[in-house]
Design a protein around this ligand. Sequence first.
Ligand code: BGC
Length: 933
Amino acid sequence: MITALRLRAEYRTDSPWVAVARPRLSWIAETDDPDWAQSAAEITLDDGRSTVVEGADHVFVAWPFASLAPREEVTARVRLRDALGAWSEPSDPCRIRLGSVPAEDWRARLIGLAEPTDAAQPFIVRRTITVDRPLASATLYWTALGAATVRIDGRPIDDTVLSPGWTSYADRLVHESVEVTSRLAPGDHVLGAEVTGAWYTESYGFGEEARRVYGDQPSVALQLHLLYEDGTEETIASTPEWEAAASPEVIASGLYEGETIVHSAAGPWWADSSQWPSAREASEQPVPVARFSEPVRRIEELQVVEVLTTPSGRTVLDFGQNLVGRLRLDVEGPAGTTIIARHAEVLEDGELAVRPLRRATSTDTFVLSGEGRESFEPAGTFHGFRYAEITGWPGAMDPDRIRAVVIHSDMRRTGSFRTSHPLLQRLHENVVWSMRGNFLALPTDCPQRDERLGWTGDAQIFAPTASTLYDCNGFLAHWLVDLRACQARSSGVVPTLVPNVFGFAWPAAGWGDAATVVPSVLADRFDDDQLLHDSVDSMTAWVQVELEAAGGAGLWESTLQFGDWLDPAAPADMAGAAKTSPGIVATAYLFRSLTLLAEAAARADRIEDAAWAWERAAEVREAFLEAYVAPSGRMVSDAPTAYALALRFGIAVDPGTRAALAARLAEVTRRDAFHISTGFIGTPLVLDALSDFGYDAEASALLLQTRVPSWLYPVTMGATTVWERWDSMLPDGTVNPGEMTSFNHYALGAVVDWLYRRVAGLEPIERGYARVRFAPIALPGLDDAAVELDTPAGRYSASWRRHDGRIDWTLTVPAHGRADVVLPGLASTEAGSGHHAWSTANPAPNPGSALSLWSPVAEIVLSPPAYRAVMEALESSDPGLADLVRRRTDWTLRTPLAAALFSVPASVVDTVGAVLDALGPPAPAASVQEDDH
Ligand code: BGC
């Protein structure tokens, strides 16, 4: 029996508005029935129209009715027929309304202040409208070059913030569509907007080079469509005749600088009866297109966890979580009282660490009117912060009067992960928080310093993890429209930033490849075939740029690259100086993009294009293997990223070569004593590359490493988001000296996708998770793992847990899913919908023998307690010594530990020997497993 059935049109579940006249429909059934299958679906509209779609299709099913007219609203339901012919109950109703305005019907002019006195000046605009007879419906369309809060009679018309967000303005502007019928009873109403410059007037660029690239002043356009009950229609559109005034309260506003709000004792602007000057038309008048992705909203509020007094005597609020948003203050005090809020992600020497923010002063100023309880929340800005320093609070500060308001694009959360390993659990939460902070209107690198830009590399690296944690299909599809537009302006070169505020572009591997990777990820995870088809031309143009840069289907070694950005071995001021040569990264990505293009072209029935791309890919493979891979299976860059690329991108295909590459990768991982050794490019690949070949112990030791550099090191340092650098904060608590040091960058968090696919075992092998390969890895060092994942096929859940010498495995397959089950010691099988459980023996690890100074370093590093004891003994004698010894040592050697410690003072060596002796015989298997490396 179907227990729940949910229908949706296009991407959004938070709104009935769609941007296309033929919205695709998707539905998800829930059932407890084993092996349930859909044989047909009947879609019915409330006006009686109905159609039956035969078969199992349920994701992005083509609209089966006549195209919707602007503002037309229908309510749809679906019911499903199972394999035996029984029909389900109908789904809940799904409202669908067309939000797009045909270009020829767009009449609103973008208007702004006639005589601004400051650059990027916040302003208000209004017009009184008279509704003289009852309305059947009222729809407000609006947009801004900047960001706006639109109000009718003083009340905001919706709950979005910073709308309409940021797009590549020269190519496309998005309009909002809002139903406002209930707000317009017959009578007079004041329609108006508060407008700030936001992304439009921000200055982009590094240091002194920063400049406003779009315009000096924001503008807004509003178009109200009224349908009266008598059937007549009226459109009221903004014109320069509307009144516009400098904002009486928001004196200045910028994303980087923050906002200044001065409350006035005069009444609100919508009640002000004085005449304001007329507005002025903006010099640009782009015609906007309807939004199809979720807007930014206030998602959550956090309370102050602790009020700190810093060594210099300042008051700093700690929200306990690095977040993105702004403060909301409720305060009473005398008129003119000025409260200043400064924001930072971390403290250094007990004070706000603002150096990493660079040009972003991130300071909000609030001036009280003295009229009772006053509320402040800066609407035109956001900050990345955990700490806020408050000065000027009138009287004793009540922290309960202050909240941190978390904002981001309002996507649906889809993935959750549970483990009893507290550090790993926190790593997962940190990745979620970094996604939240950087999926704000567009995917950004970071949310705090003077960047917050749509770096293409960061987005493509993180896309699989993002698609696991949230339904970000619409969000990323929205950004890809801008990517394609920016690419078209640069003769096929996909810029390193979208929107491209640099204004120029060059082909950078791993960054420009967002054009091939992101649509492919969305097609795989969300079954968004249309998007993939729409992307094939962009993918083709990009690989042609790459091929040209490579001088034909050979090695791509001739252009400037970011390479394996932020390899932990790179000096703080040379983020691109990685162990893996840029040519390996670039040529591997050329191969990757060619294969993704080939697959996409094949799916789009462009068979000749697919064949062309396969042929080029084969040539690149040959060149790559010839130049970079020795017959022994060593690579010219003997670094994990190089091996991971050759393996995971499928460049090496010969089984012997692959096995040799994987063996060397495992060896190199041991050599580095299981410290992470990859930058942006290798990090999402390295654990897959190990676990594909059964190197689970190595993958585990790398994942669970806590010493710097590692995934868990920041967690041990109290991180609540993912850092840009493996060591954004150094072990002594100081901020990394690099001028590029963010504490909220999601790229290195891309490991989370592997946790869901490999550790929990939900590996999608058919589009939209129609089929998964359930082959979880009971990772040494973990006792359990459990995930739930909402997919287009429905909700999968999977778990495993060790207990009493056994491992219990569970899997729930949703109605539209299937699973190939591959568990250790059991015959492979297939599982259909329903709950499944298995139990297998938990293999006890080999206990090994007692270790001493005379044990080979290769054995020391394989024993987590022994290795840790050695490091702690070195560390306690001299901070920095442990790290020095670790880096100097090749931990694969048969050399005794005593020899590796040749330069260490004898007394320290004695201490190391003593702690190893004290460890005695190896601990029982169970407790060895619980240790972190
Ligand atoms: C950003 C990165 C970005 C990089 C380009 C940095 O400033 O923060 O995340 O990808 O530049 O290499």
